[in-house]
Design a binder for this molecule. Sequence first.
Ligand code: CP
Length: 309
Amino acid sequence: MSKSLSVNNLLGINDLNVNDLNLIFKTANYFKEIINRPIKKVPTLRDITIANLFFENSTRTKLSFELAEKRLSAEILNFSSSGSSVKKGESLLDTIKNILVMKVDIMVIRHSSPGVPQFIANNVDASVVNAGDGSHEHPTQALLDAYSIKEKLGNINNKKIAIIGDIIHSRVAISNIFLLKKLGAKVMVCGPKTLIPKHISDLDIIVENNIKKALEWADVANVLRIQLERQEVKYFPSLREYSLYFGINNKLLKSINKDLIIMHPGPINRGIEISSDVADSSRSIILNQVENGVAIRMAILYLLSLNIK
Ligand code: CP
């Protein structure tokens, strides 16, 4: 196995090869062991400066990148567009270039517009990590999701993963599909037809519109949030109806009567796509996903730092 990544940026899952994925998981194992020790901090990135640039809201991704950077002893700049000169009309590129001249080595970017991390990577001499760009990709989420499945089931090859809900607006769904396919999983998407992109079966995945059939098929159900903020038209009549036909609750799971792992990238709309009795149950690994996000992001930042000249 090569000891370095084949890329200098992490913009999307398809930029990574299987060797990169195995290296990220192996490095995350190492950091996970470290952050469970009484002394959780290592000096690995002491000479590296990282800017966290969040132009869109975040809790999990923002905090786990920041914690990963602190655990690695990096210098950190935290930027969020609210309260910044973006509000005075400063352009994206001017904002980024002004931050870059402060000698930043790695930029972690979340933005509501697809392609912004790629645009920044094309225009600056720093390593760029996509922390979620519109409905395009969320590669670090997919990596922590796959790592969490691997941790629970031992491996991913031939495992059946159903991604359920608002697929059409979901960067998590797309990054998960790309990653799980690379690792040999069987992937299904399930939801109302209006929330599933028309040509998604071209990605060699199964499309199912019946939630019970999807759950009967799956080893793992990754339940997605209904993204009301990205819906300019009505994709289903009401949240109540969505919950009735596609919501995952204990009654539905009992009717299937099988071991099924439940995931959700967060934030959860409790009582809509998933009920509290399922989200908080012993079959849920939702908080393990969040915990693993720190080790995965430590691994990515460390491995990208090795490629900085
Ligand atoms: N899963 C995820 O990206 O959550 P945040 O929006 O809180 O970062």
